[in-house]
Write a protein that binds this ligand. Structure first.
Ligand SMILES: NC(=O)c1ccc[n+]([C@@H]2O[C@H](COP(=O)([O-])OP(=O)(O)OC[C@H]3O[C@@H](n4cnc5c(N)ncnc54)[C@H](O)[C@@H]3O)[C@@H](O)[C@H]2O)c1
Length: 387
Protein backbone atom coordinates (compact mmCIF):
# COMPACT_ATOMS: atom_id res chain seq x y z
CA UNK A 1 0.00 0.00 0.00
CA UNK A 2 1.43 3.42 -0.90
CA UNK A 3 -1.63 5.53 -0.15
CA UNK A 4 -4.21 5.48 2.64
CA UNK A 5 -7.91 5.71 1.79
CA UNK A 6 -9.35 7.47 4.79
CA UNK A 7 -13.05 7.51 5.62
CA UNK A 8 -14.49 10.14 7.93
CA UNK A 9 -17.25 8.96 10.24
CA UNK A 10 -19.27 11.97 11.36
CA UNK A 11 -18.92 14.86 8.91
CA UNK A 12 -20.27 17.56 11.19
CA UNK A 13 -18.25 20.56 12.32
CA UNK A 14 -14.94 18.83 13.08
CA UNK A 15 -15.28 15.97 10.59
CA UNK A 16 -16.18 18.52 7.91
CA UNK A 17 -13.07 20.55 8.73
CA UNK A 18 -10.89 17.42 8.43
CA UNK A 19 -12.59 16.52 5.12
CA UNK A 20 -11.86 19.98 3.73
CA UNK A 21 -8.15 19.55 4.49
CA UNK A 22 -8.04 16.15 2.82
CA UNK A 23 -9.87 17.41 -0.27
CA UNK A 24 -7.34 20.26 -0.47
CA UNK A 25 -4.56 17.59 -0.56
CA UNK A 26 -3.04 18.81 2.69
CA UNK A 27 -2.18 15.26 3.77
CA UNK A 28 0.49 13.40 1.77
CA UNK A 29 -0.24 9.88 0.57
CA UNK A 30 -3.83 10.06 1.80
CA UNK A 31 -7.15 10.45 0.01
CA UNK A 32 -10.63 10.92 1.40
CA UNK A 33 -12.13 7.59 0.37
CA UNK A 34 -15.68 7.98 1.69
CA UNK A 35 -17.84 9.89 4.14
CA UNK A 36 -20.23 8.44 6.70
CA UNK A 37 -22.88 10.21 8.74
CA UNK A 38 -26.24 9.19 10.18
CA UNK A 39 -27.56 12.49 8.79
CA UNK A 40 -27.49 12.44 4.93
CA UNK A 41 -27.93 16.23 4.94
CA UNK A 42 -24.22 16.33 5.84
CA UNK A 43 -23.22 14.84 2.47
CA UNK A 44 -23.89 17.89 0.29
CA UNK A 45 -20.21 18.95 0.24
CA UNK A 46 -19.07 15.53 -1.03
CA UNK A 47 -21.07 14.81 -4.21
CA UNK A 48 -18.27 12.80 -5.81
CA UNK A 49 -17.51 10.59 -2.81
CA UNK A 50 -19.06 7.31 -1.68
CA UNK A 51 -21.51 8.10 1.15
CA UNK A 52 -22.71 5.82 3.92
CA UNK A 53 -25.31 6.32 6.62
CA UNK A 54 -23.86 3.68 8.95
CA UNK A 55 -20.28 2.84 9.85
CA UNK A 56 -21.11 -0.83 9.33
CA UNK A 57 -21.96 -0.24 5.66
CA UNK A 58 -18.78 1.84 5.25
CA UNK A 59 -16.63 -0.97 6.66
CA UNK A 60 -18.27 -3.56 4.41
CA UNK A 61 -17.79 -1.41 1.29
CA UNK A 62 -14.03 -1.98 1.06
CA UNK A 63 -13.63 1.72 0.17
CA UNK A 64 -11.39 2.65 3.12
CA UNK A 65 -8.25 1.38 4.88
CA UNK A 66 -8.61 3.70 7.85
CA UNK A 67 -11.19 5.94 9.53
CA UNK A 68 -11.20 9.19 11.42
CA UNK A 69 -14.05 9.16 13.95
CA UNK A 70 -15.55 12.62 14.46
CA UNK A 71 -18.95 11.74 15.91
CA UNK A 72 -20.17 12.79 19.37
CA UNK A 73 -17.94 11.14 21.99
CA UNK A 74 -20.13 8.28 23.23
CA UNK A 75 -19.92 6.68 19.76
CA UNK A 76 -16.09 6.74 19.50
CA UNK A 77 -15.51 3.33 21.18
CA UNK A 78 -18.49 1.63 19.51
CA UNK A 79 -17.46 2.69 16.00
CA UNK A 80 -13.75 2.15 16.65
CA UNK A 81 -14.25 -1.37 17.99
CA UNK A 82 -16.30 -2.31 14.93
CA UNK A 83 -13.53 -0.89 12.72
CA UNK A 84 -10.89 -3.06 14.41
CA UNK A 85 -13.08 -6.13 13.75
CA UNK A 86 -13.16 -5.12 10.07
CA UNK A 87 -9.35 -4.71 9.98
CA UNK A 88 -9.49 -0.92 9.66
CA UNK A 89 -7.02 1.52 11.25
CA UNK A 90 -8.55 4.10 13.63
CA UNK A 91 -7.85 7.74 14.40
CA UNK A 92 -10.33 8.85 17.04
CA UNK A 93 -11.24 12.43 17.83
CA UNK A 94 -10.82 13.35 21.48
CA UNK A 95 -11.95 12.24 23.98
CA UNK A 96 -11.30 8.53 23.49
CA UNK A 97 -14.59 7.84 25.23
CA UNK A 98 -16.83 9.44 27.81
CA UNK A 99 -15.75 7.35 30.79
CA UNK A 100 -12.81 5.24 31.89
CA UNK A 101 -14.43 1.80 31.56
CA UNK A 102 -15.48 2.51 27.97
CA UNK A 103 -11.95 3.66 27.07
CA UNK A 104 -10.53 0.48 28.57
CA UNK A 105 -12.96 -1.55 26.45
CA UNK A 106 -11.82 0.40 23.36
CA UNK A 107 -8.13 -0.15 24.12
CA UNK A 108 -8.65 -3.85 24.88
CA UNK A 109 -10.39 -4.29 21.50
CA UNK A 110 -7.29 -2.97 19.76
CA UNK A 111 -4.85 -5.20 21.64
CA UNK A 112 -3.52 -8.08 19.54
CA UNK A 113 -4.31 -6.40 16.20
CA UNK A 114 -1.59 -4.88 14.03
CA UNK A 115 -3.76 -1.86 13.31
CA UNK A 116 -2.73 1.74 13.96
CA UNK A 117 -4.75 3.42 16.70
CA UNK A 118 -4.21 7.12 17.23
CA UNK A 119 -6.04 10.01 18.87
CA UNK A 120 -6.53 13.60 17.75
CA UNK A 121 -4.45 15.32 20.41
CA UNK A 122 -3.42 18.08 18.03
CA UNK A 123 -2.00 20.28 20.80
CA UNK A 124 0.81 17.76 21.28
CA UNK A 125 2.27 19.17 18.05
CA UNK A 126 2.63 22.67 19.56
CA UNK A 127 6.37 23.48 20.01
CA UNK A 128 5.52 25.45 23.18
CA UNK A 129 4.06 22.41 24.97
CA UNK A 130 6.79 20.18 23.53
CA UNK A 131 9.41 22.54 25.01
CA UNK A 132 7.70 22.68 28.42
CA UNK A 133 7.52 18.89 28.49
CA UNK A 134 11.22 18.60 27.61
CA UNK A 135 12.15 21.04 30.36
CA UNK A 136 10.03 19.29 33.00
CA UNK A 137 10.97 15.75 32.01
CA UNK A 138 14.60 16.63 31.31
CA UNK A 139 14.99 17.91 34.87
CA UNK A 140 15.77 21.55 34.02
CA UNK A 141 13.29 22.78 36.64
CA UNK A 142 14.46 20.24 39.21
CA UNK A 143 11.92 18.41 41.35
CA UNK A 144 8.47 19.86 40.65
CA UNK A 145 6.82 21.39 43.71
CA UNK A 146 3.67 23.02 42.41
CA UNK A 147 1.74 23.31 39.15
CA UNK A 148 -0.98 25.85 38.43
CA UNK A 149 -2.88 25.83 35.17
CA UNK A 150 -5.60 28.39 34.61
CA UNK A 151 -7.14 27.55 31.26
CA UNK A 152 -10.25 29.65 30.98
CA UNK A 153 -9.88 30.82 27.38
CA UNK A 154 -12.40 28.26 26.21
CA UNK A 155 -15.29 30.76 26.11
CA UNK A 156 -18.45 29.30 24.57
CA UNK A 157 -21.77 31.11 24.04
CA UNK A 158 -25.32 29.83 24.56
CA UNK A 159 -25.53 29.58 20.73
CA UNK A 160 -22.58 27.17 20.79
CA UNK A 161 -24.33 24.89 23.27
CA UNK A 162 -27.51 25.06 21.19
CA UNK A 163 -25.62 24.06 18.02
CA UNK A 164 -25.98 20.34 18.75
CA UNK A 165 -28.68 18.49 20.72
CA UNK A 166 -26.02 16.17 22.17
CA UNK A 167 -23.82 18.94 23.50
CA UNK A 168 -23.53 19.55 27.24
CA UNK A 169 -25.97 16.82 28.25
CA UNK A 170 -25.20 13.78 30.42
CA UNK A 171 -26.83 11.45 27.90
CA UNK A 172 -25.39 13.01 24.74
CA UNK A 173 -21.94 14.17 25.80
CA UNK A 174 -21.35 12.74 29.27
CA UNK A 175 -20.11 16.04 30.68
CA UNK A 176 -19.18 19.58 29.73
CA UNK A 177 -15.88 21.44 29.58
CA UNK A 178 -13.95 18.43 30.93
CA UNK A 179 -15.26 16.23 28.11
CA UNK A 180 -15.28 18.66 25.22
CA UNK A 181 -12.71 21.45 25.46
CA UNK A 182 -10.33 20.25 28.18
CA UNK A 183 -9.40 16.79 26.92
CA UNK A 184 -6.54 18.66 25.20
CA UNK A 185 -5.35 20.29 28.41
CA UNK A 186 -5.88 17.21 30.56
CA UNK A 187 -3.87 15.22 28.03
CA UNK A 188 -1.05 17.79 28.01
CA UNK A 189 -1.17 17.82 31.80
CA UNK A 190 -0.64 14.07 32.09
CA UNK A 191 1.80 14.08 29.13
CA UNK A 192 4.02 16.64 30.87
CA UNK A 193 3.54 15.78 34.57
CA UNK A 194 2.03 12.27 34.70
CA UNK A 195 -1.12 11.42 36.63
CA UNK A 196 -1.64 12.59 40.20
CA UNK A 197 -2.37 10.22 43.07
CA UNK A 198 -5.49 12.01 44.31
CA UNK A 199 -7.97 14.63 43.14
CA UNK A 200 -10.37 16.96 44.94
CA UNK A 201 -12.52 19.12 42.69
CA UNK A 202 -15.51 21.40 42.53
CA UNK A 203 -17.35 21.29 39.22
CA UNK A 204 -20.19 23.78 38.95
CA UNK A 205 -22.98 22.53 36.74
CA UNK A 206 -24.51 25.14 34.41
CA UNK A 207 -22.87 28.00 36.30
CA UNK A 208 -22.76 30.25 33.23
CA UNK A 209 -24.97 28.54 30.66
CA UNK A 210 -28.35 26.90 30.37
CA UNK A 211 -26.83 23.41 30.49
CA UNK A 212 -26.95 20.49 32.93
CA UNK A 213 -23.20 19.68 32.97
CA UNK A 214 -20.06 21.42 34.28
CA UNK A 215 -18.89 24.69 32.73
CA UNK A 216 -16.64 25.74 35.62
CA UNK A 217 -14.03 23.57 37.37
CA UNK A 218 -11.46 24.03 40.12
CA UNK A 219 -9.40 20.93 40.88
CA UNK A 220 -6.68 20.35 43.45
CA UNK A 221 -4.35 17.41 42.86
CA UNK A 222 -1.56 15.67 44.77
CA UNK A 223 1.26 13.68 43.21
CA UNK A 224 3.11 10.72 44.68
CA UNK A 225 6.24 12.91 44.59
CA UNK A 226 4.62 15.41 46.95
CA UNK A 227 3.99 17.94 44.18
CA UNK A 228 0.62 19.67 44.25
CA UNK A 229 -1.40 21.09 41.38
CA UNK A 230 -4.40 23.29 40.74
CA UNK A 231 -6.30 23.14 37.46
CA UNK A 232 -8.93 25.77 36.75
CA UNK A 233 -11.13 25.87 33.68
CA UNK A 234 -14.33 27.45 32.48
CA UNK A 235 -16.28 28.18 29.30
CA UNK A 236 -18.04 31.16 30.85
CA UNK A 237 -15.29 33.64 31.62
CA UNK A 238 -14.22 36.45 29.32
CA UNK A 239 -11.56 37.48 28.77
CA UNK A 240 -10.07 34.08 29.41
CA UNK A 241 -6.60 33.14 30.59
CA UNK A 242 -4.11 30.49 29.60
CA UNK A 243 -1.44 30.58 32.30
CA UNK A 244 0.64 27.55 33.20
CA UNK A 245 2.99 28.14 36.12
CA UNK A 246 5.40 25.44 37.24
CA UNK A 247 7.45 25.88 40.41
CA UNK A 248 10.48 23.58 40.69
CA UNK A 249 13.58 23.36 42.87
CA UNK A 250 15.63 25.13 40.21
CA UNK A 251 13.21 27.94 39.43
CA UNK A 252 9.87 28.81 37.91
CA UNK A 253 8.47 28.44 34.41
CA UNK A 254 5.51 30.53 33.29
CA UNK A 255 3.71 30.11 30.00
CA UNK A 256 1.30 32.97 29.42
CA UNK A 257 0.30 35.27 26.56
CA UNK A 258 2.08 32.96 24.16
CA UNK A 259 5.50 33.32 25.87
CA UNK A 260 7.48 30.84 27.98
CA UNK A 261 9.61 32.50 30.64
CA UNK A 262 12.04 30.55 32.81
CA UNK A 263 13.34 32.19 35.97
CA UNK A 264 16.29 30.15 37.20
CA UNK A 265 17.51 30.16 40.81
CA UNK A 266 21.26 30.59 41.27
CA UNK A 267 21.01 27.69 43.76
CA UNK A 268 18.23 25.09 44.22
CA UNK A 269 15.64 26.49 46.66
CA UNK A 270 15.96 23.84 49.39
CA UNK A 271 19.75 23.98 49.42
CA UNK A 272 19.68 27.80 49.53
CA UNK A 273 17.18 27.77 52.37
CA UNK A 274 19.34 25.38 54.41
CA UNK A 275 22.61 27.21 53.85
CA UNK A 276 21.83 30.92 53.67
CA UNK A 277 22.34 33.25 56.64
CA UNK A 278 19.75 35.71 55.26
CA UNK A 279 16.25 35.67 56.74
CA UNK A 280 14.02 36.81 53.94
CA UNK A 281 16.01 36.79 50.71
CA UNK A 282 15.19 34.17 48.11
CA UNK A 283 17.98 32.89 45.84
CA UNK A 284 19.25 35.23 43.13
CA UNK A 285 17.66 34.55 39.75
CA UNK A 286 18.14 35.02 36.04
CA UNK A 287 15.08 35.31 33.83
CA UNK A 288 15.14 34.01 30.29
CA UNK A 289 12.28 34.22 27.82
CA UNK A 290 12.32 31.20 25.52
CA UNK A 291 11.70 32.49 21.98
CA UNK A 292 9.66 30.08 19.89
CA UNK A 293 7.98 32.58 17.57
CA UNK A 294 4.53 32.33 16.11
CA UNK A 295 4.77 28.62 15.39
CA UNK A 296 2.16 26.45 17.09
CA UNK A 297 2.89 23.33 15.09
CA UNK A 298 1.00 21.39 12.48
CA UNK A 299 -1.97 20.73 14.82
CA UNK A 300 -4.81 18.62 13.31
CA UNK A 301 -3.17 18.01 9.94
CA UNK A 302 0.07 16.95 11.63
CA UNK A 303 -1.80 14.29 13.62
CA UNK A 304 -3.58 12.99 10.49
CA UNK A 305 -0.24 12.97 8.59
CA UNK A 306 1.44 11.11 11.46
CA UNK A 307 -1.41 8.54 11.46
CA UNK A 308 -0.94 7.99 7.69
CA UNK A 309 2.86 7.74 8.08
CA UNK A 310 2.37 5.22 10.91
CA UNK A 311 0.19 3.06 8.64
CA UNK A 312 2.50 3.27 5.61
CA UNK A 313 5.95 3.40 7.23
CA UNK A 314 5.52 2.37 10.87
CA UNK A 315 6.37 5.91 12.07
CA UNK A 316 5.87 6.17 15.87
CA UNK A 317 2.60 7.88 16.84
CA UNK A 318 2.58 11.36 18.35
CA UNK A 319 -0.58 10.46 20.26
CA UNK A 320 -1.11 6.70 20.68
CA UNK A 321 -4.80 6.29 21.55
CA UNK A 322 -4.05 4.13 24.60
CA UNK A 323 -2.63 7.27 26.23
CA UNK A 324 -6.04 8.90 25.79
CA UNK A 325 -7.29 6.89 28.75
CA UNK A 326 -5.37 9.16 31.14
CA UNK A 327 -7.12 12.42 30.26
CA UNK A 328 -10.52 10.72 30.48
CA UNK A 329 -9.62 9.22 33.85
CA UNK A 330 -8.44 12.60 35.14
CA UNK A 331 -11.59 14.39 33.94
CA UNK A 332 -13.81 11.62 35.32
CA UNK A 333 -12.00 11.86 38.67
CA UNK A 334 -12.67 15.61 38.84
CA UNK A 335 -16.36 15.12 38.11
CA UNK A 336 -16.63 12.19 40.51
CA UNK A 337 -14.92 14.10 43.31
CA UNK A 338 -17.33 16.99 42.88
CA UNK A 339 -20.47 14.87 42.51
CA UNK A 340 -19.58 12.78 45.58
CA UNK A 341 -18.08 15.71 47.49
CA UNK A 342 -14.97 13.74 48.39
CA UNK A 343 -11.30 13.26 47.54
CA UNK A 344 -10.82 10.62 44.85
CA UNK A 345 -7.81 8.31 44.72
CA UNK A 346 -6.32 7.32 41.36
CA UNK A 347 -6.56 4.84 39.70
CA UNK A 348 -10.24 5.76 39.58
CA UNK A 349 -12.82 3.02 40.10
CA UNK A 350 -14.10 3.07 36.52
CA UNK A 351 -17.14 0.89 37.23
CA UNK A 352 -18.25 3.11 40.12
CA UNK A 353 -17.89 6.22 37.98
CA UNK A 354 -19.86 4.59 35.18
CA UNK A 355 -22.70 3.79 37.61
CA UNK A 356 -22.79 7.43 38.71
CA UNK A 357 -22.85 8.65 35.11
CA UNK A 358 -25.69 6.25 34.27
CA UNK A 359 -27.70 7.66 37.20
CA UNK A 360 -27.15 11.20 35.93
CA UNK A 361 -28.35 10.17 32.47
CA UNK A 362 -31.38 8.36 33.93
CA UNK A 363 -32.38 11.21 36.22
CA UNK A 364 -31.86 13.95 33.62
CA UNK A 365 -35.00 16.02 32.99
CA UNK A 366 -33.18 18.60 30.90
CA UNK A 367 -34.55 19.58 27.49
CA UNK A 368 -32.40 21.59 25.21
CA UNK A 369 -32.98 24.03 22.38
CA UNK A 370 -31.09 22.98 19.24
CA UNK A 371 -30.02 24.99 16.20
CA UNK A 372 -29.73 22.83 13.09
CA UNK A 373 -26.50 22.69 11.02
CA UNK A 374 -26.08 25.13 8.17
CA UNK A 375 -26.62 28.10 10.44
CA UNK A 376 -24.06 30.85 10.99
CA UNK A 377 -22.72 29.07 14.09
CA UNK A 378 -21.91 25.88 12.17
CA UNK A 379 -20.08 27.84 9.46
CA UNK A 380 -18.17 29.80 12.09
CA UNK A 381 -17.09 26.60 13.79
CA UNK A 382 -15.73 25.08 10.58
CA UNK A 383 -13.79 28.27 9.80
CA UNK A 384 -12.12 28.09 13.21
CA UNK A 385 -10.54 24.70 12.46
CA UNK A 386 -9.07 25.34 9.02
CA UNK A 387 -5.55 24.50 10.09
N1 LIG B 1 -9.61 18.04 18.04
C1 LIG B 1 -10.33 19.14 18.09
O1 LIG B 1 -9.78 20.24 18.08
C2 LIG B 1 -11.83 19.04 18.10
C3 LIG B 1 -12.59 20.20 17.92
C4 LIG B 1 -13.98 20.05 17.87
C5 LIG B 1 -14.58 18.81 18.05
N2 LIG B 1 -13.80 17.73 18.28
C6 LIG B 1 -14.42 16.42 18.51
O2 LIG B 1 -15.11 16.00 17.34
C7 LIG B 1 -16.26 15.25 17.68
C8 LIG B 1 -17.47 15.82 16.94
O3 LIG B 1 -17.68 17.15 17.36
P1 LIG B 1 -18.43 18.19 16.38
O4 LIG B 1 -18.36 19.47 17.06
O5 LIG B 1 -17.92 18.05 15.00
O6 LIG B 1 -19.94 17.62 16.44
P2 LIG B 1 -21.09 17.78 15.36
O7 LIG B 1 -22.37 17.58 16.07
O8 LIG B 1 -20.91 19.06 14.59
O9 LIG B 1 -20.84 16.59 14.33
C9 LIG B 1 -21.02 15.25 14.67
C10 LIG B 1 -21.50 14.52 13.42
O10 LIG B 1 -21.55 13.12 13.72
C11 LIG B 1 -22.74 12.58 13.14
N3 LIG B 1 -23.02 11.33 13.85
C12 LIG B 1 -23.57 11.16 15.07
N4 LIG B 1 -23.62 9.87 15.40
C13 LIG B 1 -23.08 9.19 14.35
C14 LIG B 1 -22.86 7.82 14.09
N5 LIG B 1 -23.15 6.87 14.98
N6 LIG B 1 -22.30 7.47 12.90
C15 LIG B 1 -21.97 8.42 11.97
N7 LIG B 1 -22.19 9.74 12.18
C16 LIG B 1 -22.72 10.13 13.35
C17 LIG B 1 -23.76 13.68 13.31
O11 LIG B 1 -24.86 13.53 12.43
C18 LIG B 1 -22.93 14.92 12.99
O12 LIG B 1 -22.95 15.22 11.61
C19 LIG B 1 -16.38 15.32 19.21
O13 LIG B 1 -15.96 14.12 19.80
C20 LIG B 1 -15.48 16.46 19.60
O14 LIG B 1 -14.88 16.30 20.86
C21 LIG B 1 -12.45 17.83 18.28
Amino acid sequence: MNQVRLGIVGVGNMGGAHAKQLLANKINRCVLGAVCDIDPARFTDYPALPQFTTAKKLFKSGKVDAILIATPHYAHPTIGLAAFKAGIHVLSEKPLGVHKADCERFIAGHAGTNLVFSEMFNQRTDPYYIKIREMVRGGELGTIRRINWIITNWFRSEAYYASGGWRATWGGEGGGVLLNQCPHNLDLFQWIFGLPRRVRATCRLGRYHNIEVEDDVTAYMEYATGATAVFITSTGEAPGTNRLEIAGENGKLVYENGVITFTRNAMPTTEFSRTTATLFNAPATTTTPIPLGDNHGGQHNAIVQNFVDAILDGTPLIAPAAEGLNSVELGNAMLYSSLKNKTVELPLDGAAYHRTLKQLVKNSRFTKKEIKPGTASAAEFTKGFNT
